[in-house]
Design a protein around this ligand. Structure first.
Ligand code: GLN
Length: 196
């Protein structure tokens, strides 16, 4: 029997409810992560989409940057979508000079990288490690411009990297949580299981 996991969804800003819905649909418990005390009781953490500069500012005000960084560096599995991906990256381009990121996946990310015409779009993507094409929604999405040696590229759109993984950290430029497709969240659940 597979055990039920407790998955935190970072709840300072952005599209929290959609991730909660995905976690619950997969039969796991979702907890809203608003304070660092919650870190002790979760098996994995999802960082949602939203506005990364605002998320950064609120995390800084709440004294959460360092505890989050330490928890993830210490092995807490993390999954960031869109702004959440920006928050996990080591290097962020086209952002505010005072915006901070957690730097737990060795990628260079450019914010709002898909130009005007492709500002928002939806499509099916081949995703390494997932059997069927993944339904994906892009909204003012970032792209990954460089990946470090230990980073595995999982999906691309027109040769641009839009999903990647380094050990227990997973990032996507897009929002699987805005679709009915549970495969990427299931992939994250398996990452948590194999890291335990
Ligand atoms: N453009 C946003 C940012 O830079 C991300 C958009 C999103 O999360 N849908 O933070």
């Amino acid at each position: 029997m597979s055990t039920k996991l407790t998955i935190g969804v970072l709840s300072v800003q952005g599209g929290v409810a959609e991730h909660v819905r995905m976690v619950e649909k997969l039969g796991h418990e979702a907890v809203l992560m608003r304070r660092t005390e919650h870190l002790a009781s979760i098996d994995g953490l999802i960082l949602p989409g939203g506005e990364s500069t605002t998320m950064s500012r609120l995390l800084r005000l709440g004294g959460m940057i360092e505890p989050l960084r330490e928890a993830i560096q210490g092995g807490l599995p993390a999954f960031g979508t869109c702004a959440g991906m920006i928050m996990l990256a080591t290097t962020v381009l086209d952002t505010r000079p005072d915006a901070e990121s957690l730097g737990v996946i060795d990628v260079t990310v450019r914010r709002n990288a898909f130009g005007r015409q492709r500002d928002s779009f939806e499509g099916e993507l081949d995703f390494t490690g997932i059997a069927n094409p993944v339904d994906s929604v892009f909204i003012r999405a970032p792209q990954i411009e460089e990946v470090g040696e230990d980073v595995q590229v999982l999906a691309t759109v027109d040769e641009r990297v839009v999903a990647a993984r380094q050990n227990h950290v997973l990032v996507t430029s897009f929002h699987p949580e805005l679709t009915e497709d549970l495969q990427v969240h299931q992939y994250f659940v398996e990452m948590i299981r194999s890291s335990r």
